[in-house]
Ligand binder design. Sequence first.
Ligand SMILES: Nc1ncnc2c1ncn2[C@@H]1O[C@H](COP(=O)(O)OP(=O)(O)O)[C@@H](O)[C@H]1O
Ligand SMILES: O=P(O)(O)OC[C@H](O)CO
Length: 496
Amino acid sequence: MSKRYILALDQGTTSSRAILFDKKGNIISLSQKEFTQIYPHPGWIEHNPEEIWKTQIEAAKEAIQKVGLSPSDIASIGITNQRETTVLWDKNTGRSVYNAIVWQCRRTADLCDKIKAAGLSDYIRENTGLIVDAYFSATKIKWILDNIEGVRQRAEKGDILFGNIDSWLVWKLTGGKLHITDYTNASRTMLFNIKSLKWDENLLKELNIPSSILPEVRQSSEIYGNTDKELFGEEIPISGIAGDQQSALFGQLCFQEGMVKNTYGTGCFMLMNTGDKIVKSQSGLITTIAWGIDNKVEYAIEGSIFSAGAAVQWLRDELKIIHDAADSDYFASKVDDTNGVYLVPAFTGLGAPYWDMHARGIIVGLTRGVNRNHIIRATLESIAYQTKDVIDAMINDSEINLTTLRADGGAASNNFLMQFQSDILNANIEIPEVTETTALGVAYLAGLAVDFWKSKGEIVQNWGINRKFKPMMTPKMREKLYAGWKKAVERSKSWA
Ligand SMILES: Nc1ncnc2c1ncn2[C@@H]1O[C@H](COP(=O)(O)OP(=O)(O)O)[C@@H](O)[C@H]1O
Ligand SMILES: O=P(O)(O)OC[C@H](O)CO
């Protein structure tokens, strides 16, 4: 029987998902497992790598079993992942030497300040496309090497391996046979030279990171190897790897230069395809690798927003003023405005376009009549305002005339948010039929490598729009609201 499905493993910040797609790009089966968020100190965030592996493999097996399929129905596996999150493990035991330091973690902010003071910012910008920030993997790797007893010595002996979550999962899936990553993930480490497409020797030296720990960098779409037979009962090829935001760009079919998508998950990540051009942002965006496919690399500019859906989770888990993230839609719509309140969710500093590692969250404009609905509404509006900050930067850099934004991610299901977003941007928002575009993107990358899909042209036939939002706000109101946001952002800066 022919192999009818591609299995995408989507290892996100808050959950591990496994999704089976058919040739039309339809979801056949989905399994999702949440895992523990570990906050050892204010501003620090960790995950347990073993728990990530456990939830991911369980989700994969469940997705196959719940629709009565067997591994022989699967043509190949694609892996997409939360990016930058850093794992170091011992290659002899296969066990991690410390928790994964998550992309949001701010513990290396001071180290980044030292890197800036040493005058390395321009070199880093020029060669890695990135802005010096605790967000990226490099300083997280250095922190583990310098702070966990014995790890540096073991690394120097050649016993320690580094990987982002993609590498960790491939290592586990292949029973320790492959230590690889792809171009998209490598471009988020602050150690990879996006021009020469090699690990940057100068930065490795400056940061005192041994090159022996680094994975081999491969394309985002090619057959890398097979899963260990023990795992699924038979081997399945692995043929796609991409960081989740680049994967969503692919899944939203933004194949042409100038096409833009925004993913509303834990954070918000807006990427614009810039083709074979390395565009250097003048407005606080970063340059990243979009994908490596057919022996060619394409680039993107990106605006990374650290807290979007995370702020809604905070309303649910810490303030406990909503039961479920989706309730925020209902409560925000019960009031006409925020009653003058702005919430800046700089829980882990501010990313693009401000890049302030020391900013912290604030709620301003409180008066006696403010109630919980206003706070909930201000939280959702903050996601839209942050997106506007990034779009304005993108328009400034590329002179595009953005009329339509393709949106996806968990919070894109919030109709209030999408309408407010359309209003504040004065642009149309389109939500595709398959909103799991992150998983879909890497399924396409994996499927192209094994001829499950013959070409991008065949994939484009699968595209369909589910919902559309059109701007309805007056320009005067838009300007007034946004001016208030800019003022609030100023108050949140340089706090910690
Ligand atoms: N209806 C909703 N309204 C607002 N936020 C939502 C809604 N549904 C989910 N979210 C938020 O979206 C995030 C989950 O989206 P997802 O794309 O799965 O993120 P990730 O890949 O970062 O784990 C959570 O932070 C959650 O609070
Ligand atoms: O897992 P997500 O969807 O929150 O994405 C996280 C990003 O990859 C961080 O750069």
